[in-house]
Ligand binder design. Structure first.
Ligand code: BT5
Length: 320
């Protein structure tokens, strides 16, 4: 019933709709409507109630799962979608639900995250207006193959975001997505299990869709961008989600079938720093050199004077 009330409110978002009108349309009492509205507010939906006029929903990118799922017949990623107006972190929420036997491909989307996570304990700013979601996979791959998925999904994401940004997006190894020189999206993979037998893999993706600069701390505002900023207008978050989920699924299937070879070439063609001088840290050492290649295992190859070094984890700073 709550989903039905939400749909009615979304369809009437430009005006107020009274409790009795809602009740008539859905065949329940005005009091029952009021109770559901209070529960929806409790979940985090921003609903204005004005006596004598009724209810109005503030729509800041609400996703209706049924509508997205209807556009994804037969695919694994997005076979189940749940939307929450507010969560701590979609990765954490999905992790907590795993014991409830969630099916592979389940997606959790949040309107905003109060404790959004980046890699290595960093924070991911997740105000309203962004697309913050995670999905569950149970791949039967070796650990190095599973790790490659972070590069595979980065390639998938640049392809999707090209469409909505109208420009060629790029990847900063291993999986940050850049648009016009600024970060627009990030990916966080978390897994649990044994080395060759992952219990589960959670893939978290954050995309700055309609996020406004002044919703970010100054440092993040300066180094990031959004689809809103590059287009100069708001973009439908549900269309972005639909496209992104389709591409993620097709790249995942392609990787399972044919491996990394072709996807690696796409990664290289979109890599922000291939052929450039980069800096990264390995153990206690700061490595500075030319990034000459990304190898078949997704490692970064860095030429430092006479040594060709292979970097398998970490962050990259692009120097020129
Ligand atoms: C990432 O980490 O880029 C992975 C981000 C994954 C976020 C998704 S949202 C859904 C799911 N649920 C979660 O809790 N997380 C995932 P990393 O490469 O460590 O980048 C983090 C750094 O990016 C921060 O230290 C900031 O400098 C910067 N940053 C933080 N929020 C940002 C934002 N919204 N846009 C651009 N840059 C941001």
């Amino acid at each position: 019933m709550r989903q039905k009330i939400l749909k009615e409110l979304l369809q009437n978002r430009d005006s107020f709709i009274s409790g009795s009108q809602l009740g008539e349309r859905l065949g329940i009492s005005r009091v029952a409507i009021w109770k559901h509205i209070e529960a929806l507010k409790e979940e985090g939906y921003d609903i204005n109630g004005v006596s004598g006029r009724g209810y109005q929903l503030e729509d800041s990118g609400i996703i209706i799962p049924d509508e997205i799922m209807a556009g994804l017949p037969q695919q694994l990623i997005g076979s189940q979608i749940y939307y929450y107006p507010r969560l701590d972190s979609t990765n954490e929420a999905l992790k907590r639900s795993i014991k409830d036997h969630l099916s592979e491909g389940t997606v959790y989307v949040a309107g905003k995250q109060e404790e959004g996570k980046g890699r290595r304990g960093r924070k991911w700013e997740s105000p309203s207006g962004g697309l913050w979601f995670s999905f569950l996979l149970r791949p039967t791959l070796s650990l190095p193959q599973t790790a490659l998925l972070s590069l595979v999904f980065a390639v998938s994401l640049v392809k999707s975001l090209d469409v909505f940004s109208g420009s060629l997006c790029q990847i900063k190894w291993p999986n940050d997505v850049y648009c016009q020189g600024k970060k627009i999206a990030g990916i966080l993979l978390e897994m649990s299990g044994e080395i060759d037998n992952a219990d589960y893999l959670i893939v978290g993706i954050g995309i700055n869709v309609n996020v406004r600069k002044n919703d970010f701390p100054a440092a993040i505002a300066a180094s990031s961008t959004s689809l809103l900023e590059v287009n100069g207008r708001e973009i439908d978050a549900d269309e972005v989600l639909l496209t992104v989920l389709k591409d993620l699924d097709s790249y995942y299937q392609e990787f399972l079938k044919n491996g990394f070879s072709d996807i690696r070439l796409e990664f290289k063609s979109r890599c922000l720093h291939l052929g450039k001088v980069i800096e990264t840290v390995r153990g206690q050492d700061i490595i500075r050199g030319i990034n000459t290649d990304i190898d078949e295992m997704g490692n970064l190859m860095v030429q430092c004077q006479d040594d060709l070094l292979r970097i398998s984890t970490g962050d990259v700073k692009v120097l020129n």
